[in-house]
Write a protein of this length. Structure first.
Ligand code: PEP
Ligand code: MG
Length: 895
């Protein structure tokens, strides 16, 4: 088995299609080499080695050592330098790289191959001792930190001491001798912390570093990132060993990171940052604030031109926006990485849309490049513009940094990632303020509404992570004076303490002291509220185009779960084609209606119950009229009352007292009723169709309200398509009994009114048993005319996990990898999904062409939508604001 792949001198053993084996970085280094982009030579240890290591009791393949030896020899030949050689030493970088990029998750070691002798010889040879020792001290630090787990801070302390002693501010002001001294100090730190001497042999250094990369695959932070990003099924990380290019050789050297287009706004402009006389990690680590790439035109015009040509070449070759790393060594440009660039939702939409206009990609390809989260970000809130303007004129503008992550947020300031996690757990909205962030902070960042850093650029750790999560983020706000000990941040004459409120605008980089309400995005304003100013924005136009493209290819219909005319209107504006679920009980909680419901519950006789129910009729009818009107021409699935009745009763003494007074009974009557309705397992209790089986009056009233509303609206010229739905059936008899009542009630009204209204009666499929006998449920004249899979209850009852209490054990289940993700969020395809598939197949055997949809939460989850497309559902139904995402996912399912 081949485990190692070389590249260099214009040829490579790998290519861009080999991401699974070589990781994204390794595959693209090989590809760049073969297309003539300048790349320092190197080799990749395949992800198979990492996979092997974890599946073979943490051991390496026996042939690996020899294979690496062979590839080191090739690298030495390609570079014309030798490991440990005093004349011409080979120095390498060691980097991780999985098939999917995980920014900041894995660590890098640079300048490997140095020791006291090599550093001294190299200094003489290149006539630059300063550079040699600067590289050496970085190497000791990185090797110590990354490979051996020595706290980076311990090295930093020594560096600060050296700078203080020398009376300088910046690292690059230290002299060669001072840096040499730093190296010795660093080695002492290393020895003290690890209990062993710093390794001097290059091969030994390399082997240890490769091992460290492999081990970093399983660190908690890497696992957390994969879990958050839902990255599953990878072999592991590859290890890239590459000849060093030195960006720290003086004023004609440097390093940088760039995007071929703006990753925040998506504009077609070269976008990035570089530092003169610096090495790789300096830019990303956010230690010094770099210069914008455009300034390179002035500093190094020729190199800028070459880099810009490479930008165009790479974008053309890969057909998408790239994120590149480069180093300039004494005026010579080297590319160290290219990969598909992460982008904000706005940028994703803009780049895909622009590339269609530029004729570079098809509309289908554009749709594939935008994901649900991207689209969601366009629907993100912004700080209320007028409130923000007045806050700024009140001198509440705290600071302005770089706009690194989208959206806007208001919250309480915290200064550590741990506090962010803890406060968030207490239900607080927090803003995490840091000088810089590192991979250790990701959990805190995930918990925060927004992140702010005082150092670092648009490609710093904070920016990259926040952007990929669509989280509001501002970086490089250099005028913030952060005091971690006092837990304060001071700027512009104001001091914000831990717990104080800060509002953050991720698209402008502004921070404002105090609360500012957020308001809807221009897309929402334009689409939903019909705001004509918003409709003039480019983002509005792009959003509409993309949604139209999606509608052009998707097969699934997207409906919405809506219980009111208002929600129906929003959903229609966002493209919903009908209602997949109207939960009628939600209407029972509006205004004073609950009192009629309570009266019904308290009723002793059928007569009294009918009387109370009659009070509800006009409310329901009116709501249904409004819904039919909004959904003119589209199907509306309206479900009979579903929750257990006790949910409508007061939970506390005061409420019971009030109820007794209003109902004119003794409080003991109320208490008895509550007592009698109490169930140990209400979710499996007297609810769903069981309510209407015992109290058919409820079913009669609801059918009457629906059909009367339909008749009334039809008369006004609305095209009404009522679909009456029975919840929670497990046996076909349950459906048949209620369907008969509904049909009799409906037919009588229609006959009496003489209006031409047709309706359907169907059922929820949310009890596993029902899906297994679905042909009986749909079959025959009395059968169900449509199925709507209630995947919330179906998940609950298939797993036996309470949908309300899964939180108590879910984290542990995720941790122990029993579950990959919350099954209430994304459908469990092999279990719950199988039941859906089975239900559809059987249902259509019972009734050919049976209309089938899903109305559980999964209807708005992209992965689930794709699954539902695959099993042949006719529609998915989701909450109004998820409708655009479902439309996109439905299109992607086809492409
Ligand atoms: C379901 O169970 O999936 C469903 C849509 O119904 P509800 O969430 O109201 O129980
Ligand atoms: Mg349900």
């Amino acid at each position: 088995e081949k485990y190692v792949y070389s590249w260099g001198g214009g040829t490579a053993e790998g290519n861009a299609t080999m991401k699974q084996e070589l990781g994204g970085k390794g595959a693209n280094l090989a590809e760049m080499t073969t297309i003539g982009v300048p790349v320092p030579p190197g080799f990749t240890v395949s992800t198979k080695v990492c996979g092997y290591y974890y599946s073979h009791n943490e051991t390496l393949p026996s042939t690996l050592e020899a294979e690496i030896t062979e590839h080191i020899a090739r690298l030495e030949k390609n570079k014309g330098a030798t490991f440990g050689d005093l004349e011409n030493p080979l120095l390498v970088s060691v980097r991780s790289g999985a098939a999917v990029s995980m920014p900041g998750m894995m660590d890098t070691v640079l300048n490997l191959g140095l020791n006291d002798d090599v550093a001294a010889a190299m200094g003489k040879k290149i006539n630059n001792e300063r550079m040699a020792y600067d590289s050496y001290r970085r190497f000791i630090n990185m090797f110590g930190d990354v490979v051996m787990g020595v706290d980076h801070h311990k090295f930093e302390v020594k560096l600060s001491e050296a700078k203080k002693k020398a009376g300088v501010q910046n690292d690059n002001e230290l002299s060669a001798d001072e840096l040499k001294e730093v190296c010795q100090e660093y080695k002492k730190v290393y020895e003290a912390e690890t209990g062993e001497a710093f390794p001097t042999d290059a091969r030994d250094q390399l082997d240890k570093s490769i091992m460290a990369v492999i081990k970093s695959w399983m660190t908690p932070r890497a696992e957390l990132y994969r879990q958050k990003e839902k990255i599953f099924g990878l072999e592991g990380t590859a290890v890239n060993v590459q000849a060093m290019a030195f960006g720290n050789m003086g004023q004609d050297s440097g390093t940088g990171v760039a995007f071929t287009r703006d990753p925040s706004l998506g504009t077609n402009e070269f976008y990035g940052e570089f530092l003169v006389d610096a090495q790789g990690e300096d830019v990303v680590a956010g230690i010094r604030t770099p210069m914008p790439i455009k300034e390179m035109k002035t500093v190094w015009p020729d190199i800028y031109k070459e880099l810009d040509d490479i930008r165009l070449k790479l974008e053309k070759h890969y057909g998408d926006m790239q994120d590149v790393e480069f180093t300039i060594e004494k005026g010579k440009l080297y590319m160290l990485q290219t990969r598909t660039g992460k982008r904000t939702g706005l940028a994703a939409v803009k780049i895909a849309w622009d590339m269609v206009q530029e004729g570079k990609i098809s509309k289908e390809e554009a749709l594939k490049r935008i994901d649900g989260d991207h689209l969601n970000q366009l629907l993100f809130p912004i700080l209320n513009p007028s409130e923000k303007a007045s806050a700024i004129s009140d001198n509440r503008l705290f600071s302005t940094g770089l706009p690194a992550g989208p959206g806007a947020a208001t919250g309480q300031v915290v200064f550590t990632a741990d506090d962010a996690v803890a406060w968030h757990k207490q239900g607080k909205n927090v803003i995490l303020v840091r000088k810089e962030t590192s991979p250790e902070d990701v959990a805190g960042m995930a918990s925060a509404e927004a992140c702010i850093t005082s150092t670092g650029g648009m490609t710093s750790h904070a920016a990259v992570v926040a952007r990929s999560w669509g989280k509001c983020c501002v970086v490089g706000a250099g005028d913030l004076a952060i005091d971690y000990d006092a837990k304060t941040v001071t700027c512009n004459g104001m001091t914000v303490k831990e717990g104080d409120i800060l509002a953050v605008d991720g698209s402008t980089g502004e921070m404002i002291v105090g609360e500012i309400p957020t308001s809807a995005s221009p897309v929402i304003a334009g689409v939903v509220d019909g705001d004509t100013e918003a409709q003039k924005t480019e983002v509005f136009k792009m959003f509409n185009d993309i949604m139209n493209w999606a509608d052009g290819v998707k097969k699934l219909t997207v409906r919405t779960n809506a219980d009111s005319p208002r929600d129906s209107k929003v959903a229609r504006a966002l493209g919903a084609q009908g209602i997949g679920l109207c939960r009628t009980e939600h209407m029972f909680f509006e205004g004073d209606r609950v009192w009629s419901v309570r009266k019904m519950i308290l009723a002793e006789s059928e007569e009294a119950r009918k009387e109370a129910i009659a009070e509800l009729l006009p409310y329901q009818r009116e709501d249904f009229e409004g819904i039919f009107k909004e959904m003119d021409g589209y199907g509306c699935t309206i479900r009979l009352l579903d929750p257990p009745l006790h949910e409508f009763l007061p939970g506390d003494e005061a409420g019971m007292k009030e109820m007794a007074e209003r109902m004119n009974v003794d409080i003991s009557v109320v208490k008895e009723k509550i007592e009698s309705l109490h169930e140990l397992n209400p979710m499996l209790g007297h609810r769903g169709c069981r309510l209407s089986i015992t109290y058919p009056e409820i079913c009669v009233m609801q059918a009457q309200a629906i059909i009367e509303a339909a008749c009334n609206e039809a008369k006004k010229g609305t095209v009404v398509k009522p679909e009456i739905m029975v919840p929670l059936i497990g046996k076909e008899e349950e459906f048949q009994i209620l369907a008969k009542i509904i049909r009799e009630t409906a037919d009588a009204i229609i006959a009496e009114r003489g209006v031409d209204v047709s309706y359907q009666v169907g059922t929820m499929m949310e009890i596993p048993r029902a899906t297994l006998v679905a042909d009986k449920v749909s079959g025959g004249d009395a059968g169900a005319e449509f199925f709507s899979f209630g995947t919330n209850d179906l998940t609950q009852m298939t797993f036996g996990y309470s949908r309300d209490d899964i939180g108590s054990f879910l984290p542990e289940y995720l941790d122990q990898k029993i579950l990959r993700e919350d099954p209430f969020q994304s459908i469990d395809q092999e279990g719950v999904g199988y039941l859906v598939e089975r239900g559809v197949t059987l249902g259509r055997q019972g009734r050919p062409g049976l209309k089938c949809g899903v109305c559980g939460e999964h209807g708005g989850d992209p992965a689930s939508v794709k699954f539902f497309h695959g099993v042949g559902l006719d529609y998915v139904s989701c909450s109004p604001y998820r409708v655009p995402i479902a439309r996109l996912a439905a299109a992607q399912a086809v492409i």
